[in-house]
Design a binder for this molecule. Structure first.
Ligand SMILES: [Fe+2]
Length: 467
């Protein structure tokens, strides 16, 4: 019944989820299986849409995707009128023939509805740059400042973090506002100890690229086109749905204020690196050590992502079009940085295109977020997108003296690894979406962190063990 509702590919999914005994036994009532079959056929947003689209391999994908998937075969033994059986070999992509066969199976229930049109869509993996030519971006205004960004040690330590943050918040409260991009250009020429406050109203629909005197990126700021605002509102509803009760009116000044960070990311921080080509990594043990966590030898998904995959898929789907916009918006003004960042996303295990936030390897949701002064372990830069309605929460940059008053619909990119930043206090409902990449992924992209001899790559592999 479920094959009839979906495709043959539902079988390995049922097996992988350990559901065979539940479905074949008495644990799941027949009427529930019929309901599930109906829901699969008429897939709707908010129900099985993401599951079908991402995991159950839509028919169009089976038809068009080259490779082993088209060569899987089934042997069908239908009895003829004399009761003889003649084997018929069927390909998994012969979905019409398979549907006919499954349609003829006696189920003693209503016929299933036709598949909804979503089944015919092709979404093989998270898109890289889809519809790039249809994305209209704001015109880019570049300004160069007298600043010089250098690799410096963070001024924040565990012991002075609170003190530094509160001091900088006090300075930021007295920030000098700017009225236009021209006004900003004038004021940055006379940088003082005071913060300069920038909001998206000065952009007049343009994007602002601020660099230091050596052309290093300080910040990229723009507001999303109107059609994307509606998308963000829709995505907020999804956030509400997957974390009920978490998104509420808050005040970061209250005594027991806390905020929630959910990391849907790939980590590439390794426990160990490298091994002789002649020994499989799983067989390597450290002397005098018991268990070794072999999983930490390759990039891996965060616990939140692994434990909440359906929520993750729903959120990634809700932000999918917005991520498309970011891909284009990130590439055009800073193509070199984009190409550097994407290297890690493309080297993730099990093929590229695994990250919905590509070229970044993941996204983070900070609910009621108000950060202390810090730098992040991000590769080159991150994108920060505030959501919902709030007052305050400006993002201050200590080394540059800029303070960005961002609201929903604004997007800020900056080198979060080199610039110490913090949030001012806020009231209201505030979420930030952050797109970033773990820089440790460079080691995996370069030589699989020393394990390259054991890894099969897209280029055909370099395994010395096979040589
Ligand atoms: Fe940060």
């Amino acid at each position: 019944m479920l094959c009839l509702a979906g495709t043959m590919y539902i079988l390995p999914i049922i097996a992988a989820m350990g559901m065979r005994s539940k479905i074949a036994g008495a644990e799941i009532a027949p009427q529930d299986i019929v309901s599930l079959a109906n829901a699969l056929r008429e897939v709707k947003h908010g129900q099985w849409f993401t599951m079908v689209q991402r995991f159950m391999i839509p028919i169009n994908y089976i038809r068009t995707h080259p490779g082993y998937i088209q060569h899987l075969k089934l042997i069908h033994n239908p009895p003829d009128s004399q009761g003889q059986q003649t084997p018929v070999i069927l390909s998994f992509r012969d979905e019409e023939k398979l549907d006919t066969i499954f349609d003829s199976i006696e189920t003693q229930t209503y016929r299933l509805p036709h598949r909804s049109k979503e089944w015919m869509r092709t979404v093989p993996s998270w898109p890289k740059i889809q519809f790039a030519d249809q994305v209209v971006l704001p015109r880019l205004q570049k300004i160069k400042t007298p600043l010089q960004l250098r690799k410096t040690k963070s001024p924040v330590t565990k012991s002075n973090r609170n003190q530094v943050t509160e001091r900088e918040r006090r300075y930021a409260a007295k920030a000098i506002p700017v009225a236009s991009i021209k006004d900003l250009e004038d004021k940055v020429c006379f940088l003082s100890r005071r913060y300069i406050e920038i909001n998206s109203k000065i952009l007049n629909g343009e994007a602002l690229h601020i660099s230091d005197r050596d052309n290093n990126l300080v910040a990229l700021l723009f507001s999303v086109p109107d059609e994307y605002r509606q998308m963000l509102i829709h995505a907020l509803e999804h956030i509400h749905a997957v974390m009920p009760g978490e998104l509420k009116d808050d005040d970061s000044r209250t005594a027991f204020f806390r905020y929630l960070s959910i990391h849907y990311v790939w980590y590439a921080r390794f426990g160990e690196s490298g091994s002789p080509a002649s020994v499989h990594p799983d067989h390597l043990k450290k002397p005098n050590k018991g268990k070794v966590n072999v999983q930490q030898r390759m990039p891996r998904q965060s616990k939140e992502l692994r434990d909440n995959h359906e929520e993750y898929a729903l959120l990634a789907d809700a932000f999918a079009d917005f991520f498309d916009l970011i891909r284009v918006a990130a590439y055009l003004p800073v193509p070199e940085q984009y190409d550097e960042i994407k290297i890690v996303a493309e080297s993730l295990p099990m093929g590229g295109g695994k990250s919905p936030a590509y070229p970044f390897t993941g996204f983070v949701l900070n609910v009621s977020s108000c950060t202390w002064a810090h730098r992040d372990g991000d590769k080159i830069m991150c994108f920060v997108i505030p959501l919902d309605k709030f007052i305050g929460g400006q993002l201050g940059q200590i080394e540059t003296g800029f303070c960005f008053d961002l609201q929903m619909g604004d997007v800020l990119a900056f080198p979060s690894c080199d610039i110490t930043h913090f949030n001012c206090h806020f009231t209201g409902r505030r979420v930030t979406l952050v797109l970033h990449t773990d820089p440790k992924g460079d080691g995996w992209a370069k030589d699989c962190n020393g394990w390259a001899a054991h890894v099969v790559t897209a280029e055909g592999g370099t395994s010395e063990m096979e040589a």
